[in-house]
Ligand binder design. Structure first.
Ligand code: ADP
Ligand code: MG
Length: 627
């Protein structure tokens, strides 16, 4: 029920367009009725043998005002106008009765033409107002979803497949768009068609109208049960489509892994299943869809046959004229289309409700990272960034990734985190720009909880360089400048120089304007790494975080980049995570981590002297690769 209400809310978003559209739709249906009924005199004229004798009926008022005139008395005030009208009618009747039949018919046809013209104009207006309102509302909805996707918890992007998000923003929204634009317009126009045209039927002949009410439902019974079947068959189609979408997305982004592990056959098998399922279900839905209209046609033709007979009988009894009969019949046939469309509407509503449910579920899902109600603008870090009894458990995980973690990162210090893979180093890093928030404890910026700081301002102060580098489709220049505004060529080149990226960039024909392909496949891992380091440097962050940033580089370039980075450590607070302990020796403090906790900390020499876990780790690496 809630979904209906919200869908209605969206269609009411541009209400002035909607209201105008409704009024125009009403006029369209009235004009349509007028064009249909104006056929009555034509058929009546044709039906009668010899001379056509169509006359405009004079009202009581007409007659009384004419009598006054005839008796020689003066007419006064409003009556003067009424007299002019009555005399015009009499004059017209005189003219009409002098006309031969064919000319009379022609005259009526000319009269119908402007009605059709007006109907066309009003219909165009109604379509414009309602459809454009619907698409504007949908544009807004899509934007809402997009912004929502930007705020959703990061772990959802891992848990849920990207294809599902994409399918919601693209396919599901399209289904809603159809409902609140073209389908809504049809529904409104059809509604008025039905109301006005049923009224016409009732006025022409109540006997026939009653007969319609009795017989039509009997015949339409089977039609509705068939419609149910259509609904059932199409219900899951959309979801199957998004499953296919999700699978493809996964296979395409994971193509390297699939090839490397020779999983092509298995993946093809999965694809075959989803694809086959989709094809079967889609065919079933389409089959019913194609057959449906013919079934409706059959039923309505049965109705037509019955009424032709009954009508002929009533005509024999002189209950009504040939014109009445023809118009009744035409109106009845005309009415089948709006009724049919109304029936189909329930289909659209069904799939729109399903799509709406998915869309609103996404819109309503909790965003874990919120901008505080009264955000404090963070000042330059003057003292320290402090983790106090911080715990963090990933949603759905059994064991915490971090527990009771205490660490202090003094302003301007270079701090390193070391430890086995899975120890929680990257999780700590994600907590600083609030990509995730701690489940327990707090992190403070000069004593202020991060959760009270302005989110965008905080993130601006922190740059992370990861091992996995994401490059956007675009040029190298655009990728280096991503996230920083108004960058001068000089600054950009300086950053690239410091990241030791200039040499390889200039070796490309287009230099900084070289386009990197989707996810930058044409660059080596090390090259991408250096672009992302240049990006972070250009951003000139207060806190620079290098999460295994140089591990994709070969030893030689790592040494070079490392040197470049070291000169940058001086003016800012730096957090380094590295596997190769040789790169962390220069750190002021090294935190050795194990299973989400800090087990030892101190400078390199202090930790070696301590002769604990760090020393063991160090000796192990030293034995492996003497550097
Ligand atoms: P490190 O960077 O030290 O290798 P991480 O911080 O990445 O370690 O991971 C710490 C722990 O949290 C590991 O046990 C890991 O399995 C778990 N973990 C990491 N990311 C997620 C996630 N998105 N969802 C669930 N568990 C996660
Ligand atoms: Mg990590």
């Amino acid at each position: 029920m809630n979904v209906y209400r919200r869908l209605l809310g969206y269609s009411f978003k541009y209400k002035y367009r909607l209201i105008t559209g409704v009024v125009l739709s009403f006029l369209v249906s009235v004009l349509n009725g007028a064009s249909l009924t104006s056929i009555i005199p034509i058929f009546d004229a044709i039906g009668k043998g010899g001379k056509a004798d169509f006359q405009i009926t004079l009202t009581k008022k007409d007659r009384s005002v004419l009598e006054i005139q005839n008796s020689g008395k003066e007419v006064e005030g409003v009556q003067k106008l009424e007299l002019i009208l009555a005399e015009a009618k009499v004059g017209a009747n005189g003219y009409l009765s002098s006309l031969p039949k064919d000319e009379l018919v022609l005259l009526f046809c000319l009269f119908i033409f402007p009605i059709y013209l007006a109907k066309l104009l009003f219909l165009a207006g109604a379509v414009y107002c309602i459809n454009s309102g619907g698409y504007l509302a949908v544009r807004d909805l899509r934007l809402e979803l997009y912004s929502k996707a930007q705020e959703l918890p990061l772990n959802q992007f891992v848990q849920e497949k990207t294809g599902i998000f994409m399918s919601r923003i693209i396919n599901d929204v399209e289904v809603l768009a159809k409902l609140i634009s073209s389908d809504l317009k049809d529904a409104i126009v059809d509604f008025f068609y039905i109301i006005t045209h049923l009224l016409i039927l009732l006025i022409i002949s109540w006997e026939m109208f009653v007969a319609v009410l009795v017989i039509v439902p009997l015949i339409m019974g089977p039609v509705t049960s068939f419609a149910d079947r259509i609904r059932k068959a199409t219900r899951n189609q959309q979801e199957r489509l998004s499953a296919l979408n999700g699978h493809l997305q996964e296979v395409i982004s994971g193509i390297r892994v699939i090839r490397a592990f020779s999983m092509e056959k298995t993946e093809a098998g999965r694809f075959w299943e989803i694809n086959n399922d989709l094809s079967e279900k889609t065919f079933k839905g389409h089959f019913y869809h194609q057959i449906g209209p013919s079934l409706v046609e059959l039923s309505s033709s049965i109705v037509a046959v019955i009424f032709l007979g009954f009508g002929a009988y009533l005509m024999e009894l002189r209950q009504f004229s040939l014109g009445d009969f023809m118009v009744f019949f035409l109106t009845l046939v005309f009415l089948t289309r709006p009724f049919k469309q109304m029936g189909m509407l329930s289909n659209s509503i069904q799939s729109a409700v399903a799509a709406g449910n998915r869309v609103f579920e996404m819109l309503d899902s909790e965003t874990d990272i919120k901008q505080p109600a009264n955000p404090i603008l963070p000042k330059r870090l003057s003292k320290e960034l402090k983790f106090e009894s911080v715990g963090y458990t990933y949603p759905g995980a059994k064991t915490p990734a971090l527990s009771d973690l205490n660490l202090t990162i003094p302003k301007g210090a270079t701090v390193a985190l070391v430890g086995a893979s899975g120890a929680g180093k990257s999780t700590i890093v994600d907590l600083i720009p609030r990509l995730v928030d701690p489940s327990e404890g707090s992190i403070t910026w000069d004593g202020t909880d991060l959760r009270n700081l302005d989110l965008a301002a905080l993130r601006k102060k922190v740059s992370i360089v990861n091992q996995q580098v994401f490059l956007f489709n675009g040029t190298i220049r655009e990728n280096i400048c991503y996230g920083t505004e108004n960058v001068s060529e000089e600054k950009m080149r300086e950053a690239s120089e410091m990241a030791f990226a200039t040499d390889f960039i200039l070796s490309f024909e287009d230099g900084f304007d070289t386009v990197v392909g989707e996810r930058g496949v044409m660059l080596s891992g090390g090259q991408r790494q250096r672009i992302s380091i240049a990006r972070a440097l250009l951003n000139n962050p207060e806190i620079l975080i290098l999460d295994e940033a140089t591990s994709a580089l070969d030893t030689e370039s790592e040494r070079v980049v490392q040197q470049a980075l070291e000169s940058l450590y001086k003016n800012r607070t730096v957090l380094i995570i590295a596997h190769r302990l040789s790169t962390v020796q220069i750190a002021d403090t090294i935190f050795a981590m194990e299973a989400g906790k800090v087990v030892e900390y101190g400078s390199h020499s202090e930790l070696i002297r301590l002769d604990g876990k760090y020393k063991k780790l160090y000796e192990m690496q030293f034995a492996e690769s003497p550097t």
